[in-house]
Design a protein around this ligand. Structure first.
Ligand SMILES: *Cc1c(COP(=O)(O)O)cnc(C)c1O
Length: 391
């Protein structure tokens, strides 16, 4: 009997090591990793620059607590501020923690304005995490079922429905913020168009609401810009980061600007591990490598290549509903549930995930090469073709 709690339907595969975008299991079998630990391994596996940064830092200092200054944390905050045009960063250890910080900030902001019961607008099919507040903000009943009573203070609207937001803006005096993903990951790789983002920003400005972008999955260069919202140029007041920020070392960040600046003081929020020297060294190595190796240009080029090649390879196949995404956040929607493809792909040496029942999701490392992209397409296209023809 396993002593690991049964919270994941795991595939019976165990990896021993990786190199670049390849993983090796304990039987020596090789897998092309198009999932990157769910958008975490920004630089692939065992990237020499990341390994060196982590090893050197581990030999000096891993953790000191936030009761003292942490120069590496200050440097990482600088990098996030420079790349986003935002002001202040709170560091934690995961995406849900970053979103918890954002939700607390919004409530504090509301109370400071005299709103006694501050509410946050959230989206259908959103995913924000599995802590009590973030699962309540999440737009998937499966994530919430069994954990009621949910945390109050969220109002849900259909994703990208600006009219629904506008209607709430007209009559609701308790709303203080909107929380959303510019590209929904778990929800099926759904991209918010530029117009929606701009109109949402305008409503937030008009009403004095905080615009809060959950960039946990789509941030850190994956879409070809540092942050997903930069495609529309609509800077949020709050942004959350985690997954790819330190290429696999746990870290999260809640970033503020504008009206959200300066809301927390000592005692309002904290984290024992958050932003420790080891995680921040990995975060800095991630930023440096993305810049020096032009990985955001690569994300755009390789993402376009994968989408185009998949579209060509599947052009005559009925049952492929859509091939979409931005940069290296890619969704291939089928006309039927296709969860079995995750295991089938792994058997054939390819790692991917299926989300929202019918969407094959690819989240390759930003280091993916054109050759590796062609290998991916030549493995995946026949698999989809076979699945749609034979089940
Ligand atoms: C994964 C994810 C989270 C939760 O992150 P954890 O590190 O698992 O807590 C939150 N928001 C989005 C958009 C995510 O993709």
């Amino acid at each position: 009997m396993s002593h690991v709690m049964n919270t994941y339907a795991r595939l019976p595969v165990a990896f021993t090591h990786g190199e670049g975008v390849w993983l090796y299991d304990d039987t020596g079998k090789r897998y092309l990793d198009a999932l990157s630990g769910i958008a975490v391994n920004t630089l692939g596996h065992a990237h020499p620059r990341l390994v060196k940064a982590i090893a050197e830092q581990a030999g000096k200092l891993i953790h000191t607590s936030n009761l003292y200054r942490i120069p590496l944390q200050e440097q990482l905050a600088d990098r996030i501020a420079e790349t986003s045009g935002m002001d202040e960063v709170f560091f934690c250890n995961s995406g849900c923690e970053a979103n918890e910080a954002a939700i607390k900030l919004a409530r504090m902001y509301g109370h400071n304005k005299g709103v006694e019961l501050p509410h946050i607008i959230v989206m259908e099919s959103a995913f924000h995490g599995r802590t009590m507040a973030t699962l309540s903000a999440t737009g998937n009943r499966k994530t919430q079922a069994g954990f009621e009573p949910l945390v109050q203070g969220f109002i849900r609207v259909p994703y990208k429905d600006i009219e629904a937001v506008r209607r709430i803006a007209q009559h609701d005096r308790n709303v203080v913020a909107v929380l959303l993903e510019m590209i929904q990951g778990e929800g099926g790789v759904n991209v918010a168009d530029t117009e929606f983002q701009r109109e949402l920003r305008a409503i937030c400005d008009d009403k004095g609401w905080l615009m809060m972008c959950d960039e946990v999955q789509c941030g850190m260069g994956r879409t070809g810009k540092w942050y997903g919202w930069q495609h529309a140029g609509t800077r949020p007041d709050v942004m959350t980061l985690a997954k790819g920020l330190a290429s696999g070392v746990p870290i999260g960040a809640c970033v503020t600007a504008g009206n959200a600046r300066g809301l927390f003081g000592p005692g309002n929020h904290g984290s024992t591990f958050g932003g420790n020297p080891l995680a921040c060294a990995a975060g800095l190595a991630t930023f440096d490598t993305i810049v020096d190796d032009k990985l955001m240009d690569n994300a755009i080029a390789i993402g376009d290549l994968i989408r185009k090649s998949m579209a060509e390879a599947l052009a005559d196949v009925a049952g492929v509903v859509d091939i979409r995404g931005q940069g290296l956040m890619i969704g291939i929607e089928l006309d039927r549930p296709c969860g079995v493809l995750m295991g089938r792909a792994a058997e054939q040496g390819l790692l991917l995930s299926v989300t929202a029942d019918r969407v094959i999701r690819l989240l390759p490392a930003l280091t993916f090469s054109a050759d590796e992209a062609q290998t991916l397409v030549s493995m995946l296209a026949p698999m989809i073709r076979d699945f749609l023809a034979n089940g």
